[in-house]
Ligand binder design. Structure first.
Ligand SMILES: Cc1ncc(COP(=O)(O)O)c(C=O)c1O
Length: 420
């Protein structure tokens, strides 16, 4: 006899009002301590809070670049700023097209549109929600200049396939690594395949400063443009060149730099903890009838920003909405959908081409193309939105938490498979 489900009035697997899950919203799921405090104290005592005068941001850039084997790093104020800095450095023409993923954060697309380029969305592979290289190929036009890939939930895109597209079409490649610190493809760090790798340090990310970001590149010329773009196009290299273009002020302060440096030094230990619990959870899920763990490519080293699972409705004997209600009633930390419940291009901003004023710039002619964003063009994304559940993950999760999640999933699976 299986235990009555909480959704039917039975006992919850975990009463989260008594035993909450660790969360990225506070210290329960974040790794802050003496290392951050010490460096913050150093900054305050130095009296230099701006990066031009201090050493903390420079040190953070040097150590972040070194751990990725990258030649240059430019610290900025957010992940969106990192992507905008990369886009700004490319100096594309108004109306040029940049292909990206429909399963992403607004930050990726803001960076494209704020450079007056037209975002084009390729579809994703349903199980992983990572860009499908064949779909990218199909959306390339004579205006396509760049591809912005998104390493989603901590998982790298299939870089063998992505690099083949880049080489075939001679495109720029920007890697959005906001969710994927320390993820690797075939042993190589994400962010080091393309012209730019862009990372976020926002509160929920593997390492965080609340808000912040960083761009890495091996290209000397692009690095110079990125540094200048992020700091009003001023030249801080000592060469005293005047601003020849319009840039932004995306500077990182020394206080943020101190926390970023301490967190970078902890990234290995943070991700070791995330991997231990995430892999235990995935192995446990693999043994539960009707529930499938995240699909991870054999060449991928996952950074486990979020957890993912899907169901086999027939084997489980329950449809997606029923399963969703059941796991939420059990108190399990899985929410619905990967991003916003539909491809990002279905949001009003894109449906209404609403970037500037009342016109359709940069989509309108003669600048760009009025790309149609239609739900039916994204079958892989639509499947994922209906069938993949994700849970925010963090280094505060323990193997005891994993046991609770697995108990809850087993209870739900046993209940429905027994009746199916
Ligand atoms: C895939 C992706 N791209 C870009 C961003 C933007 O980063 P930020 O919030 O730091 O601006 C995020 C963060 O939420 C993200 O998850």
């Amino acid at each position: 006899m299986t235990e009555e489900l909480a959704v039917n009035g039975g006992p919850k697997t975990r009463d989260t009002s008594v035993k909450p899950w660790p969360t990225i919203a506070n210290a329960s799921g974040r790794d802050f301590g003496e290392q951050e405090m010490e460096l913050l104290r150093e900054v305050m005592e130095s009296g230099s809070l701006g990066y031009m005068y201090g050493s903390m941001v420079k040190q953070f850039e040097a150590e972040f670049a070194a751990r990725h084997g990258a030649k240059h790093a430019c610290a900025v104020s957010s992940g969106t700023a990192a992507l905008h800095t990369a886009m700004g450095a490319l100096q594309l023409e108004v109306g040029d097209e940049v292909i990206t993923s429909p399963v992403t954060d607004m930050g990726s697309v803001i960076a494209i549109v704020q450079c007056n380029c037209v975002p084009v969305f390729a579809d994703v592979e349903p199980e992983t929600m990572l860009l499908d290289a064949q779909s990218v190929r199909e959306r390339i036009t004579d205006r396509t200049r760049a591809l912005m890939i998104v390493h989603l939930l901590g998982q790298p895109c299939n870089m063998d396939e992505i690099m083949a597209v880049i080489e075939e079409h001679g495109l720029y490649l920007i890697e959005d690594c906001a969710q994927s610190h320390d993820a690797k493809w075939d042993g190589k760090d994400v962010g080091t395949f393309g012209h730019f790798g862009c990372f976020s340090l926002q509160q929920s990310k593997q390492i965080t400063t609340g808000d912040g970001g960083i761009v890495i590149t091996d290209d000397d010329g692009l690095a110079d443009e990125a540094y200048r773009f992020h700091d009003k196009y001023y030249d801080r290299s000592g060469q005293n060149r005047p601003p020849e273009r319009i840039g932004m002020n995306y500077r990182m302060s020394e206080l943020v730099g101190a926390v970023a440096l301490a967190q970078t030094r902890k990234l290995d230990r943070i991700n070791t903890r995330r991997r231990e619990t995430a892999e235990a959870l995935m192995a446990g899920i693999a043994a539960i009838p009707g529930i499938n763990p995240a699909t991870v490519h054999p060449k991928a080293t996952h950074g486990w920003w979020r957890m993912a699972l899907s169901i086999d409705e027939e084997e489980l004997g329950a449809d997606a909405p029923t399963f969703s209600q059941a796991i939420s009633a059990e108190g399990l930390p899985f929410g619905r959908g990967a991003a916003r419940g539909e491809p990002i291009c279905m949001l009003p901003a894109f449906q209404d081409y609403a970037a500037y004023g009342t016109g359709d710039f940069p989509w309108e002619r003669p600048y760009g193309r009025r790309v149609e964003y239609r739900l039916e063009d994204y079958p892989g994304t639509n499947w994922a939105m209906a069938n993949v559940w994700t849970a925010s993950w963090n280094e505060g999760y323990t193997l005891d938490d994993v046991d609770d999640i697995l108990r809850g999933l087993r209870k739900v699976s046993e209940w429905y498979t027994a009746r199916g």
